[in-house]
Design a binder for this molecule. Structure first.
Ligand code: FRU
Length: 488
């Protein structure tokens, strides 16, 4: 995180809690110069347990300071996922003097004697930049009428209709509610029947507008995380829909299945609220794990990390509209020490090119033309006998990440299975690989596709080998950067 402490597998620069269990990012909000990251936290153990909201702040989205616990369980239950907003106009009455933060979260109570759990939405507010919190005495503000899964409220202000909107995960659908004061909510519509992936419970929605790059067209993007179904291969994942939203109803443009990240380890991600207009970015952060094995990953004393914060944009690629993601620019400033640049190299079949060093964290940018080669392999040697391989097949445009031999993998049968994404085959490729002590984030072709993977090797990276099969590749440019002040 801040300084590079080499606790085994602990990320050097991604956020992870100093101790104990973390899952979803919650209450992502920017206020008075700070980015707030709240998160699902179990302060008394390294596996999932009674949920609290942990809290960290950052001024640059990369260096995080972990603060005390923000929200503790109460009579309404434990504190499940939710969001936070700035109540600029005191719609709640909580802020007679100056604006502050309101957290909208799920209060969860386990069922009694095997009965169903009870989930409802509650509020808490802070007058001191999230350092202390008051729970609203009218909690819960929104109870379920019959649904057991009724959680993860994502709230935002909708200027055209001048009201608060809540997107809520309700089993196999997302239900929308409106409110003028965050306290009284009215159901407006429900989305999801017969569309999208329904392999597991729907969780952690987010809904926001984005303008398609290079156009004046604005679309609404709905993110929906889908929980693990042990009977299926996929594990937990995040899908998204593109469509329109009028303050009442979300209408998808089509029925396509769209996956946010083709790696196994990016779940429950949502975006920051209240990013200033002059910044204008839609900044997203996910939990870097998978419910299939999250409780078993081989860290000790702590468990769970977040992805690099990413900017989300919409881009028209051929006749498809894609949600593109790239690491925030603050990550470029962090990786300011350029270790190696190389340009105009030909890599021939049988003559691999090796780049050797030893770094705990690195940012590798590669631009190349496949030329006459059929297959590109990028092999990351972590340590003796430990490596991960990224393969690209020019024939069908598939990227595959194989982490079978990357280090500890035996804690889950699924962890070792390859991960892949099919792209439109083309000659020119652009790859960005961000490595940390416990993870690898791969962004392909300017973030048109992303693939996020946890790793548990003895060390991050000793060497990268690039090799071609069936012809030669032209490496146009390779840049390898490390964080300032990181020793080799
Ligand atoms: C998603 C999730 C949410 C829930 C939280 C509990 O990972 O299952 O639906 O609020 O985690 O920790």
């Amino acid at each position: 995180m801040n300084s590079i402490e080499l606790v085994k597998y602990r990320p050097a620069w991604h956020f992870s809690p100093k101790e104990n269990w973390m899952n979803d990012p919650n209450g992502l909000v920017y206020f008075e110069g700070e980015y707030h990251l709240f998160y699902q936290y179990h302060p008394y153990g390294t596996t999932w347990g009674p949920m609290h909201w942990g809290h960290a702040v950052s001024t640059d989205l990369i260096h995080w300071e972990e603060l005390g616990i923000a929200l503790h369980p109460d009579d309404n239950g434990t504190i499940f996922s939710g969001s936070a907003v700035i109540d600029w106009n005191n719609t709640t009455g909580f802020f007679p003097n100056k604006p502050g933060i309101v957290a909208i979260f799920t209060s969860h109570k386990d069922g009694i004697n095997g009965g169903p759990a009870v989930q409802a939405q509650s509020l808490a507010y802070s007058h001191d930049q999230g350092r202390s919190w008051t729970k609203y005495d009218g909690n819960p503000v929104l109870r379920s009428e019959g649904k057991v899964d009724f959680r993860d409220p994502k709230v935002f202000w909708h200027p055209p209709t001048e009201q608060w909107i809540m997107a809520l995960a309700t089993g196999q659908t997302i239900t929308f509610f409106i409110s003028s004061d965050l306290k009284e909510w009215t159901l407006t519509s429900e989305f999801g029947d017969g569309i999208g992936i329904h392999d597991g419970v729907w969780e952690c929605p987010d809904l926001f507008p984005l303008t398609i790059e290079g156009t004046n067209t604005t679309k609404w993007v709905l993110l929906v995380s889908v929980g693990d179904n042990p009977e299926l291969e996929s594990g937990s994942l995040t899908q998204y829909f593109i469509g329109s939203f009028d303050g009442i109803t979300f209408k998808p443009d089509d029925e396509s299945i769209r996956i946010l990240d083709h790696g196994r380890d990016n779940y429950a991600g949502v975006s920051f609220s209240d990013i200033p207009k002059q910044d204008g970015r839609r900044i997203y952060l996910g939990w870097m794990s998978n419910w299939r094995y999250a409780n078993q990953v081989p860290t000790s004393g702590w468990r769970g990390a977040m992805t690099v914060p990413r900017v989300l944009e919409l881009k028209q690629v051929n006749d498809e509209t894609l949600l593109v993601q790239r690491p925030v620019e603050e990550a470029d400033s962090y990786f300011s020490q350029v270790h190696l640049t190389s340009s105009d190299l030909e890599i021939m079949d049988g003559t691999p090119k090796e780049f050797t060093w030893g770094l705990h964290a690195l940012d590798l940018n590669v631009q190349l033309d496949m030329g006459s080669a059929h297959v590109l392999e990028l092999i990351i040697k972590h340590a003796d006998q430990q490596q991960s391989t990224i393969t690209y097949s020019a024939t069908d445009g598939t990227f595959t990440v194989d982490r079978r031999g990357s280090g500890q993998v035996a804690f889950s049968e699924m962890f070792a299975k390859p991960q892949s994404v099919k792209t439109i085959p083309g000659d020119s490729l652009e790859l960005r690989l961000m490595l940390d002590t416990g993870s690898m984030e791969l962004f392909m072709n300017g973030g048109e596709h992303a693939l996020t993977s946890l790793l548990f090797p003895e060390s991050t990276c000793e060497k990268i080998t690039i090799q071609a099969t069936g012809g030669s590749i032209k490496l146009r440019k390779l840049t390898l950067s490390a964080p300032e002040n990181m020793s080799i």
